[in-house]
Design a protein. Structure first.
Length: 215
């Protein structure tokens, strides 16, 4: 998920970069409106967070230009807190509006809701649609089976933990499953063929884990 953060306050950019990258966003940074537009024109941006009062080209103008060119979501940041200002921001095409000062954690929640990330999870070029129970790679539906999807979901929910075959069987197949544990290996192999071999790590004699990557 590519996010453009544009603000003329270096400290604000530094803080937001740290918070969003911790949440696995890929960040692009700008300190004025001209730089923000240059980044937008040369990169695929999924979400633009723009300060209203930027120099050279203000956030409102950047928002209008972005909306003319794409369906990129825009969240405007501003020190203004009048209802009329919020109305102007939304009429300009902004999808969300947040008044300063704000808690960065609240901004991240707003951003995730705006991008439907409360129901969608992004890992590099993968998108996991938790509601639709689908896995996409570069926006292509991988046609994951029900078991493959639920293995992926279980690994995501336990990211950073080594999951045994027994735990996967209980979590995906159910406690009453009486078949072979090795069926897990078969499904993992098929899932790897679709999402990429490097994403699920085998821990010999222990189990599997979802690999953290810097994609």
């Amino acid at each position: 998920m590519n996010i453009l953060i544009a603000d003329d306050e270096p400290f604000m950019i530094k803080i937001l970069k740290a918070y969003f990258e911790k949440e696995s966003f890929n960040t692009f940074l700008a300190q004025d409106g001209e730089e923000a537009l240059e980044i937008f024109y040369t990169n695929k941006i999924d979400l633009a967070i723009l300060d209203w009062m930027m120099p050279k080209v203000n956030g409102m103008q950047v928002c209008k230009e972005i909306k003319k060119q794409s369906k990129t979501k825009v969240l405007l940041l501003t020190a203004k807190d009048e209802a009329e200002d919020e109305l102007i921001a939304l009429q300009s095409g902004a999808d969300e509006y947040v008044s300063k000062p704000f808690d960065p954690r609240v901004l991240i929640v707003r951003a995730k809701k705006l991008m439907h990330m409360d129901t969608q999870i992004f890992i590099g070029d993968l998108k996991i649609d938790m509601e639709g129970q689908k896995i996409f790679r570069n926006d292509k539906d991988l046609q994951a089976t029900n078991k493959e999807f639920h293995i992926m979901k279980y690994l995501i929910e336990n990211r950073g933990i080594i999951i045994t075959r027994k735990a996967l069987l209980d979590g995906v197949w159910g406690f009453d499953y009486m078949g072979e544990e090795r069926t897990v290996d078969t499904h993992i192999r098929r899932l790897r063929e679709k999402i990429g071999d490097h994403r699920i790590k085998t821990h010999r004699g222990m189990g599997y884990s979802l690999e953290e990557t810097n994609e």
